[in-house]
Design a protein around this ligand. Structure first.
Ligand code: ADP
Length: 626
C-alpha cells in the first residue's frame, strides 16, 4: 500500500482547534446583525437521562423560562419540540461552559480588519425582516444513495429531491457518493474523471482514489472510486456486506479528503444516516484543525434502526487515532455496549444540527422508545434536533404528466383515474368490476408490518375488494412467504402479487388504486402515502411517525373536513387495521361522493419539496449564522 502523505497529528491539532473554538464562542458568536452575542452552553440534562461525564457539544440553546427564543430574521424550521430555532439572547449569558468540539465558530467582521474606506462608511439600514437578503449557500450532500442512480430506499429520493429544490432556490448544490459498479449509468450524463490523485488516509497508509463528475438529471455529482484490493464499491449491490461499516467509514473519509484537496469550502455539508455519520467527526477532529473551518454540518437520520455499531478497529482505519477519546460516553461510545462505538451517535454529537424525517418520528425516537438506544443522546442534544417531513418530487410523481400512466388526470379531471384503474386491471389480469382496488407498494420488511399487509389482503378480499401488492425483500424467507401467497391466489381474479422492484409499474399502481395501505410498525416518514395522495389514492395508515404527520382521518379528527385525507388506526393488530380499512371500503361503496371528496382533498395537499426545502434552508442559515 502506498505511503500516505504527511498529515498533522490529529490529537494536538484537535486540542488547539477546540481552544480556538472556545475563544471564538466566548469572544463573540455575535449575531450577523450585530445583536447580542450568543454562547453555546450545555443543555439541561433531561430527567431520566444518564448524567454525562463531560459536557457534550451543543449548537443551540433556548430560554428555559419561556421556552422561546429571541427574534431572528428567519422563519423557524419545524422542530419536534415546537420551539423556533434562532438563538436567544438569554444564551449570551455566561461563558465558562466547557468547550464543544463542534461549536459553531462564526466570528463577526471587526471594523479594524476592514479596509478603511469600508470601515468609515455608515452601515446601510437593514431591510425589514420579511425581505431580508439571505445569501445563496454552497451545500454539499455526502450520501450513500441518490435516486435514480443508486436507490435502495427513501433516502435516495430525499437527496435528489432536496438537492433539486435547493438549486431551484438559487443555492449551489453538489452531491458526493461512491462510484458503485451497480449504479444506473444510463442515468448519468457526461460522466468523466476529474480528479485522479486523491489519496485517502486509511490504516496509517493511504488508498488511491479517482473522482468522477457527472450530472444526474441536472444534479452535479462527484463519484468516488477507490483503487484497492478491498474493492469497496464493486460488489454488485449498495449494502449487504460484512464490512459495510468500513466501506462507508472509508467513503466518508474520502469525501472529506476530496473536499479538502479540491479546495472546496461549502457552507453546509449535509450527511445522511449512519453511513456518513463520521463526516462531522472527521471535520471537527481532523479537517478543522488542518484549516477547514468554514463548513457547518447538518445530519439527517432517515431511520434509527441502523446505527453502524462496531469495534475500535474502524477508528484505527479511518485515522481517528485515540480510541480512549472516542470511546468516551459523550462522543462515540455506544450507549449500551461500552466496548463498541456507534457511528450514528457520533453524527448526533458532532453535527451542528440533526434532523429526522418527520416531527412525529423525532418525538418518538427521543421520547417513545423508537431511538433504538439513542434516546439519552437525543435528550442531551435536543436543542439542535428536529423533524422535517420529506417531500416528493413533483416532476416524477405527477398524474398530470406521468409518462408511465396511460391517462393523465388532475383534481379537476379526476375521472381520468378510472381509465388508469382499468389499465392496471388489464396489466395485472384482474377482473373488471365495481370493486375498490386496495394496494401495498414497498419493501417487504418487518418494519412495514408484514403480518398486517398479509391481513389487509385477506380482509380486502373478504370485504369485496381487490388487492394488489408490489414489493420485495432481500430476506429470502420473507420473499418466499409472499411467493407462497402469490401461488395461493394465482387464479383469484381479484388479487395480484408482484414480487420484485418495478418503478414503472409502481406509477400505475399508485394511479390505478383506490386505497393504499401502509400498516408499518414504525415509519420515519413514509413516501408511499404521500405519492398515493398525489394520485388521489386514499391512504389507510397506522398512526405513527411520518404517517401520523401527513394523514388526517376522515371520521376522527378535529381538523376541518376539507383537510381530511385518509384513514388512520392506532394499534398494531388486525382489529386496528380493520377499523380503518373497513371504513375506507364502506365509504367507497356506500358514500361514493364522500369518497371522491376525500380523493380531492388528498390531491390538493402540497407534499412537494417546497415546504421542506424552505425548512432545510432555515436550518442551514441558522447553523451558519449562529
Ligand atoms: P423506505 O425508505 O422505508 O423503503 P419509503 O416509503 O420512504 O420507504 O420509500 C419507498 C420508496 O420506494 C417509494 O418511492 C416506493 O414507491 C418505492 N418502492 C418500494 N418498493 C418498491 C417496489 N417493489 N417497486 C417499485 N417501487 C418501490
Amino acid at each position: 500500500m502506498p505511503e500516505r502523505p504527511a498529515e498533522p497529528e490529529p490529537r494536538a491539532a484537535a486540542t488547539d482547534a477546540a481552544a480556538g473554538d472556545k475563544a471564538d464562542a466566548g469572544s463573540g458568536g455575535a449575531s450577523p446583525e450585530g445583536g447580542a452575542a450568543t454562547v453555546p452552553s450545555p443543555p439541561p440534562a433531561a430527567a431520566g437521562t444518564p448524567a454525562p461525564e463531560e459536557t457534550v457539544p451543543e449548537a443551540a440553546e433556548v430560554s428555559e423560562a419561556t421556552g422561546t427564543v429571541a427574534d431572528g430574521p428567519l422563519e423557524p424550521p419545524v422542530v419536534e419540540t415546537g420551539i423556533p430555532l434562532p438563538p436567544s439572547e438569554a444564551d449570551a449569558a455566561g461563558d465558562d461552559s466547557p468547550e464543544l468540539p463542534h461549536a459553531p465558530e462564526w466570528s463577526p467582521p471587526v471594523a479594524a480588519e476592514m479596509p478603511e474606506s469600508r470601515a468609515e462608511v455608515a452601515p446601510e439600514p437593514s431591510p425589514p425582516p420579511h425581505i431580508q437578503h439571505r445569501p445563496a449557500l454552497f451545500v454539499v450532500h455526502v450520501t450513500p444513495e441518490l435516486a435514480p442512480v443508486a436507490k435502495v430506499g427513501g433516502l435516495a429520493d430525499v437527496v435528489f429531491g432536496l438537492g433539486r429544490e435547493l438549486e431551484i432556490r438559487g443555492n449551489h448544490v453538489e452531491i458526493i457518493l461512491p462510484k458503485y459498479d451497480c449504479m444506473r449509468y444510463d442515468q448519468i450524463w457526461g460522466l468523466q474523471r476529474t480528479f485522479d490523485d486523491l489519496w485517502v488516509p486509511w490504516y496509517g497508509g493511504a488508498i488511491h482514489c479517482s473522482v468522477y463528475f457527472g450530472f444526474v438529471h441536472g444534479r452535479k455529482c462527484f463519484f468516488i472510486e477507490p483503487h484497492s484490493q478491498d474493492n469497496f464499491f464493486n460488489r454488485g449491490a449498495v449494502y449487504g456486506f460484512h464490512d459495510d461499516i468500513f466501506r462507508f467509514a472509508f467513503f466518508s473519509r474520502a469525501a472529506m479528503e476530496f473536499l479538502w484537496k479540491a479546495g472546496k469550502n461549502p457552507d453546509i455539508i449535509h450527511c445522511h444516516d449512519w453511513q456518513t455519520a463520521l463526516v462531522p467527526v472527521y471535520l471537527y477532529e481532523i479537517y478543522q484543525p488542518m484549516g477547514m473551518r468554514h463548513p457547518r454540518v447538518c445530519f439527517t437520520i432517515h431511520n434509527f434502526k441502523h446505527q453502524g455499531v462496531t469495534g475500535a478497529q474502524v477508528l484505527h482505519a479511518s485515522g481517528l487515532d485515540r480510541p480512549e477519546y472516542y470511546f468516551h460516553y459523550d462522543r462515540l461510545r455506544d450507549n449500551h455496549n461500552p466496548h463498541a462505538i456507534n457511528l450514528m451517535k457520533g453524527g448526533i454529537v458532532y453535527a451542528n444540527f440533526v434532523t429526522t424525517v418527520s416531527p412525529r418520528y423525532a418525538m418518538e425516537a427521543k421520547d417513545q422508545g423508537q431511538g433504538f438506544g439513542l434516546e439519552p443522546t437525543l435528550h442531551i442534544h435536543h436543542m439542535k434536533y428536529g423533524g422535517v417531513v420529506n417531500g416528493i418530487d413533483y416532476d416524477v410523481w405527477n398524474p398530470e404528466i406521468d409518462p408511465h400512466i396511460p391517462v393523465h388526470f388532475s383534481v379537476d379531471t379526476i375521472e381520468g383515474k378510472y381509465a388508469d384503474k382499468k389499465a392496471l386491471r388489464d396489466r395485472l389480469l384482474l377482473a373488471d368490476n365495481e370493486k375498490p382496488i386496495v394496494s401495498f407498494v414497498g419493501r417487504l420488511d418487518p418494519q412495514k408490518g408484514i403480518e398486517l399487509i398479509r391481513h389487509a389482503l385477506f380482509y380486502t378480499l373478504g370485504q369485496g375488494g381487490q388487492f394488489v401488492l408490489l414489493g420485495s425483500s432481500p430476506d429470502g424467507a420473507i420473499n418466499g412467504y409472499f411467493w407462497g401467497l402469490k401461488r395461493q391466489f394465482n387464479d383469484n381474479p381479484d388479487c395480484h402479487l408482484e414480487i420484485g422492484y418495478n418503478e414503472e409499474l409502481a406509477h400505475l399502481v399508485y394511479a390505478g388504486s383506490d386505497v393504499m395501505v401502509v400498516p408499518s410498525r414504525f415509519e420515519p416518514c413514509g413516501l408511499t402515502q404521500l405519492i398515493a395522495m398525489r394520485y388521489g389514492t386514499i391512504p389507510v395508515v397506522r398512526e405513527i411517525g411520518g404517517l401520523a404527520d401527513t394523514v388526517i382521518d376522515k371520521d376522527f379528527s378535529h381538523r376541518p373536513l376539507h383537510e381530511r385525507n385518509g384513514y388512520v388506526f392506532r394499534d398494531y393488530d388486525e382489529r386496528g387495521l380493520e377499523s380503518a380499512l373497513g371504513r375506507a371500503i364502506a365509504c367507497y361503496y356506500q358514500y361514493p361522493d364522500h369518497f371522491r371528496e376525500l380523493m380531492k382533498n388528498a390531491m390538493r395537499y402540497d407534499y412537494s419539496w417546497n415546504h421542506p426545502g424552505q425548512d432545510y434552508l432555515n436550518i442551514y442559515h441558522y447553523i451558519r449564522d449562529k
